[in-house]
Design a protein around this ligand. Sequence first.
Ligand code: AMP
Length: 330
Amino acid sequence: MSEIVVSGIRSTGNLHLGNYFGAIRNFLKLQEQHQCYFFIADFHSLTTHPTPSDLLGNTRQVLIEYLACGLDPEKCVLYRQSDVHEIPELYLLLNMNAYLGELERCTTFKEKARKQPNNINAGLLTYPVLMAADILIHKASKVPVGKDQEQHLEMTRNFAARFNRMYGVDYFPEPVAYNFGKELIKIPGLDGSGKMGKSEGNAIHLSDPPEVIRKKVMRAVTDSGPTQANQPMSEPVANLFMLMKIISSTDTYQYFLDSYNQCTIRYGDMKKQLAEDIIAFIKPIYDRIIELNNRPDYLKQVIELGADKARQSASKTLKEVREIIGFKAF
Ligand code: AMP
């Protein structure tokens, strides 16, 4: 059954392989099956005070990268949050029934407040309310979120149920997390531990040229090599094998796995092969990033189409919400 799905996209570009396999690949599937609203969360980004020139540049880059990956503006509604004025209005209305205690208890708020003690602004505190507005404005039923966003989604359900209760209506659905089941994979970084991430400095970006990818992969952490047959792998080596399993052909993966198990492996050869396979995998995306960078008219068209479609759905919801609350015509 087709559902209404809403998901935010962070508004800084430079997506990496982790983003691709963790989130974007799932978006590509979702857009085929559901009514999807994907938005670039540029209002949310204001909590960290970007400069005006960065704000547009970041949004443009992220739009280009998502289009290059295959998000199709004909199949999904791809828009910029700040183009939909109904969202901040719903945010204001929801704020009236969001309580200081519950907002202060939110784990991500506590974390952010610890990280930026000199900038604990009200936007940071009410971040989950804006997120609820993003979701409820389209009356979404499903939200593809990572573990770290589960609490926000729970708060969205609370705000939706509270609204329904307060006004004695059955208006907002209570959205749940989209369950990808086994499809969720964690892409490791190249530094031997943890996951590939934007702030870790261990990532391969979709916009990295081939020579940069080669350098990054060749620098990846390994160990001194296996000394006995079928020796368990150290974490850095297991990470490289995991990347290879995802990116390279089954034969290539099996060849290096066998040579590891027989202690004949040369990590240099493995890295060279992995780098070339990553380059080949990224090439169509990389080429399209460059192409889209030179098509400002097309980008304008995409963002305007997205704004139109998102506002159609959002204005309908807001009109109904206003009536329920009691803002009726004279
Ligand atoms: P971020 O770039 O940290 O804003 O992440 C955006 C989304 O990309 C996350 O919600 C995850 O779904 C996905 N993601 C980021 N890093 C990884 C990774 N290393 N492995 C798998 N998925 C990831």
